[in-house]
Write a protein that binds this ligand. Structure first.
Ligand SMILES: Nc1ncnc2c1ncn2[C@@H]1O[C@H](COP(=O)(O)OP(=O)(O)O)[C@@H](O)[C@H]1O
Ligand SMILES: [Mg+2]
Length: 348
């Protein structure tokens, strides 16, 4: 069976396959139907025993620690290739018996696994579907982006807290999330930010395990503020909290930017300054009307929308002034309050 004129594929040499790396690269280079687009040294930013199951996904959970013992947890090599004149045929798969695979990729993978000593030390893709999934997780770029050219910012798309990968691809996908890529990690009380799509709209996913409570707070107060001032507040789209309350994420409409910090650095015209001032006034009135104290208003937390209006973000630490439990005078007097915001009991 003959397929497309060419296909993109990848190999991964996990750490313990790298002693035969030179031999494998030489063999790939000699294949007349394979062109190497590039190779990248990558490393998991968190524990490898958690990152492996996040990468392999699948219905049966992978034994992370066992995988680390077999394949190593250190730096690994990603090789992206173009296969010219791909052909498909029946090949053996352990669980599914036979399946239809890219024949050359399958056979090369089998050969390199033999050289590497233990089967799973070498990973390789044998279908376009598999390539699309793997290349997105390994490089943060979709297969379509790769078809347009080799990206210059290849970055592992598995967060240090790999559990978030499974959460956004699992429960997140059920809620409407897709194509989530890591954009920011370890920002104070949040573990990771993803950008992706929520029911077809560009969205930002903010994930926290340090301060899960504040995520729900942001969703609730941002929704209230948005109802009053839709031009200056991005739309909160969804929120999720784990059953034990320890993890939460909030999905918000993505604002294109730049931030007000960047705008001011570049310089603004008088007309723009008037527009921004008017947006900030609209926001101030809306905050007053809704009884919300934002508590983190500064230029980084204003982003310019495509409609030309500034939008305020980051209501995580905002306070509901209608909430009688939070008398404002006490906030100022008691530094313990900050610890309570982080979910720790007072006096701890
Ligand atoms: N709705 C959004 N649209 C676009 N970018 C966003 C959005 N929300 C957050 N970001 C990006 O993520 C960064 C951190 O988000 P923020 O909510 O301000 O959390 P933090 O408390 O970590 O500052 C922002 O500075 C911005 O670059
Ligand atoms: Mg911020």
């Amino acid at each position: 069976m003959s397929g497309q004129p060419s296909e993109l594929h990848l190999f991964v040499l996990w750490e313990k396959a790298r002693r035969v790396e030179a031999r494998i690269l030489e063999d790939i280079e000699q294949q007349k139907n394979i062109e190497i687009l590039g190779k990248w040294e990558l490393a998991f930013s968190g524990p490898a025993a958690e990152a492996y199951p996040a990468f392999y996904g699948g219905k049966k959970p992978l034994d992370g620690p066992l995988k680390v013992r077999k394949c190593g947890g250190g730096g690994f090599l990603l090789i992206v290739v173009r296969n010219l004149n791909p052909t498909y045929g029946s090949r053996w798969a352990r669980d599914e018996k036979y399946y239809i695979a890219n024949e050359l990729m399958y056979d090369l993978k089998a050969r390199y696994r033999e050289w590497a000593g233990r089967k799973h030390r070498v990973h390789g893709t044998t279908s376009q579907r598999e390539f699309a999934r793997d290349v997105f997780l390994l490089t943060g770029h979709t297969a379509e982006e790769w078809e347009r050219g080799v990206p210059d910012d290849v970055r592992l798309n598995i967060p240090a807290e790999a559990a978030w990968r499974n959460i956004v691809d699992g429960v997140g996908a059920d809620m409407g999330l897709s194509r989530c890529r890591v954009v920011l990690e370890n920002k104070y009380i949040n573990d990771v930010f993803f950008e992706g799509q929520f029911k077809g709209r560009d969205a930002i996913v903010k994930c926290s395990s340090t301060c899960a409570w504040s995520i729900g707070n942001e969703f609730r107060l941002a929704s209230r503020l948005r109802a009053v001032a839709p031009l200056v507040v991005p739309e909160p789209l969804a929120v999720w909290t784990s059953d034990d309350g320890r993890r939460a994420f909030v999905v918000t409409e993505k604002v294109g930017g730049p931030s007000l910090t960047d705008l001011l650095m570049r310089g603004v015209t008088e007309a723009q300054a008037d527009g921004f001032a008017s947006d900030i006034l609209t926001l101030a009135k809306a905050l007053h009307e809704t009884g919300i104290l934002h508590r983190d208003i500064y230029t980084d937390n204003f982003l310019l929308g495509a409609d030309g209006h500034l939008k305020v973000i980051d209501l995580q630490m905002s306070i509901d002034r209608n909430d009688s439990e939070v008398p404002l005078r006490r906030v100022r007097r008691e530094p313990q309050y900050a610890l309570r915001m982080l979910g720790r009991p007072r006096g701890a």
